[in-house]
Design a protein. Structure first.
Length: 189
């Protein structure tokens, strides 16, 4: 089973982000847009694992504790650059010892299970879409750089994270919520 750990977005933010995606779709660029129901912030992509490892991972993740914290969605960008964009994203800002601390706790607790730590530095973002070709790229980038998107700003409190299964289908992935872990342990997973 293909898995990842992420943070769900509040419905209002999903609605706002999907308005941005709808505006960008008008560029008619060749982009695989993230479906509204799949919008999330990835903390750790685990990949393909067997059921036994999945259950061990569930048990380990249940012990992670953290205080709720605020993250701010603002700004936009692309990976790797505007000349050859591959991923369009909204930026994420957070206070020290919050989101990155949660990411590090997840990395540390999964390492004994043989799930390696990320080699790249932690750069949290909200993926809007993946560019498939250069078709209408200039129009896409022009729309993407508009103030409406560059100045997008919203925030929400993170109180939990979710272990997802990602089922790949021809039409696009389906994300199945397998377990939600609350930061304050009196609520449990």
């Amino acid at each position: 089973m293909r898995t990842f750990i992420g943070i769900k977005l509040p419905e209002k933010i999903k609605e706002d982000i999907y308005e941005i995606i709808s505006h960008l779709k008008e560029s008619r660029a060749n982009v695989k847009w993230v479906e509204r129901e799949n919008l999330h912030i990835t903390l750790k992509f685990v990949g393909e694992i067997n059921e036994d490892l999945f259950h061990k991972m569930e048990e380990q993740l249940k012990v992670i504790s953290f205080n709720p914290f605020e993250i701010v969605l603002n700004g936009c960008g692309v990976f790797p650059n505007y000349y050859r964009p591959r991923v369009l994203w909204i930026g994420i800002n957070f206070k020290e010892n919050t989101l990155e601390s949660l990411f590090n706790k997840i990395e540390d607790i999964l390492l004994p299970l043989g799930i390696n730590k990320e080699e790249r530095s932690f750069k949290p973002h909200l993926t809007l879409g993946r560019v498939k070709s250069s078709k209408n790229k200039e129009n896409l980038i022009k729309r993407f750089r508009e103030d409406k998107i560059k100045k997008y700003h919203s925030s929400f409190m993170v109180e939990n994270f979710t272990l997802f299964e990602s089922v790949l289908k021809k039409e696009g992935p389906i994300y199945i919520d397998k377990m939600t872990c609350w930061g304050m342990k009196d609520n449990g997973c």
